[in-house]
Design a protein around this ligand. Structure first.
Ligand SMILES: NC(=O)c1ccc[n+]([C@@H]2O[C@H](COP(=O)([O-])OP(=O)(O)OC[C@H]3O[C@@H](n4cnc5c(N)ncnc54)[C@H](O)[C@@H]3O)[C@@H](O)[C@H]2O)c1
Length: 428
């Protein structure tokens, strides 16, 4: 869809705005709300008799975690804990976990923590079911069948991994982070309780929210594919459709409404709820539509600079939007509305409204401390060619970008992001 943005004021999209295709992949059991974590033990019980709970050292000593494990035991679950999950999921740490529990594997693998703990749980369940090493499953549709049930309980409002068919790992043998993508990796159950994020410090909150916002924007801007009956079988990430569009727009609105509020006042219950819901909706959107160039660039960027995923995609998304703008004028107009930009006084030219949406995204992320220049990531100018080439290797993400990308275009985006100069991408 291209052309001028015409605010209709209607909740329902017009016939021409509504894509003819709807697709959604999601867990069988999904609960959202304050206090929902207390239903986790019962939900695990419905999946099996024993649970392995994967978390990190910080979380393992928290009151929330100890209470959860006590509830599992009280529900009669044979419960083991692995508390050595490492940030960004180095493959060796998952292999160590799978090796430890291979002799007596649990019925259910539970991830409690940020995206790293959730992805660790997904890959552990995969290795405990099908054996081998993570590298055997890199790419799409390499997982041969169902895995042991996974329950995901996020404690950051960001990745949406609790509902997605992908796990991302750090492989020291590769220059970039790698994904294992398969519908079999979708957790059987996701319990999303905003209270678990109350302890997130401001920087973590900002990085996580930037990740969620990038998921929503990239899913909503993603390419549309022909709505054939084979679409869901041919790709894990099928591009935009009306379910993912609805979730993505709502996620953008919630983030725009509450990110600055929570940054100022981390105790805001309603703000925390908004950000957690935005993260969940972003996960549902990306889990079917897929993400695009900002994620393609973050994988090698994160690997080279050891910077958090959300900080990277947050820094990149304004540049990627700027590059994609000529192909997504109408969509960015809708994003402008979702961001709460005033309808009155809008320029009749859709391009101007679309550009205002990009400006607002950059302003919002900058206001909570996302560094909007890759120079601040410790990246060297001499690495830009390498970064552009590596980014092109994330084929599924590159193909999902609405505006075609080659290495020259990728180089322009990373250079603009490196210098903090979006103007070089504008108007071309
Ligand atoms: N599978 C997916 O769909 C998907 C999507 C996006 C990102 N990811 C992956 O998720 C990972 C990033 O996850 P993340 O951003 O949630 O961070 P994270 O899981 O790496 O955690 C970062 C830090 O935050 C701490 N933390 C977590 N919850 C906390 C809380 N409630 N209070 C205080 N501290 C807390 C952790 O202990 C850790 O030190 C990356 O590996 C990224 O590649 C996966």
């Amino acid at each position: 869809v291209t052309g001028d943005y015409r605010p209709s004021g209607d909740l329902l999209p017009t016939d021409e705005q509504l894509p003819s295709f709807g697709a959604l992949r999601s867990p069988r059991h999904l609960a959202f709300g304050e206090g929902q974590r207390h239903g986790a033990a019962r939900a695990v019980r419905s999946l099996g008799d024993s649970a392995l709970v994967c978390t990190d050292k910080r979380m393992a000593t928290s009151d929330d975690f100890l209470e959860l494990v006590a509830e599992f035991k009280a529900a009669g679950l044979n419960t083991a804990v692995f508390s050595d999950v490492e940030a960004e999921v180095p493959v060796d740490s998952v292999l160590a976990c799978a090796d430890r529990f291979r002799a007596d594997p649990p019925d259910v693998v539970v991830g409690v923590g940020g995206g790293s703990c959730l992805d660790h749980a997904k890959v552990t369940s995969l290795l405990l079911t099908h054996g081998g090493a993570p590298a055997d499953y890199y790419g799409e549709f390499k997982v041969p069948g169902p895995t042991r049930a996974v329950m995901a309980i996020p404690t950051t409002a960001g990745t949406g991994s609790e509902v997605t068919p992908v796990a991302v790992v750090l492989d020291p043998g590769r220059d970039t982070k790698v994904g294992i993508s398969s519908p079999y990796l979708i957790p059987a159950a996701a319990i999303v309780d905003p209270e678990l994020t109350y302890s997130c410090p401001p920087t973590l909150t900002a990085h996580a929210a930037a990740d969620a916002l990038a998921h929503c924007i990239e899913s909503f801007s993603a390419t549309s594919r022909p709505p054939t009956s084979e679409a869901m079988a041919e790709r894990v990430f099928v591009g935009k459709s009306f379910f993912t569009d609805a979730y993505a727009l709502m996620g953008i609105s919630l983030t725009a409404r509450s990110l600055e509020t929570v940054h100022r006042d981390p105790t805001s219950r309603s703000g925390r709820r908004d950000l957690m819901l935005a993260a969940l909706l972003g996960g549902l959107a990306l889990g079917t539509a897929g993400t695009a160039a900002a994620h393609a660039i973050q994988y090698p960027l994160g690997s080279a600079t050891h910077t958090p995923h959300g900080m990277g995609v947050g820094a990149l998304i304004p540049y990627v939007m700027e590059y994609n703008l000529p192909e997504r004028i109408a969509e960015f107009g809708e994003i402008a509305t979702a961001l709460g930009l005033p309808l009155s006084g809008r320029h009749p030219d859709g391009r101007t409204t679309a550009a205002a949406a990009v400006d607002r995204v950059a302003e919002l992320l900058g206001s909570v401390g996302i560094p909007l220049r890759l120079q601040e990531f410790g990246l060297q100018e001499a690495q830009l060619d390498w970064l552009a080439e590596q980014s092109m290797n994330a084929k599924r993400l590159v193909e999902n970008n609405p505006r075609p990308l080659d290495v020259t275009a990728m180089r322009r985006i990373v250079e603009a992001a490196y210098r903090g100069d979006r103007a070089t991408l504008r108007g071309s």
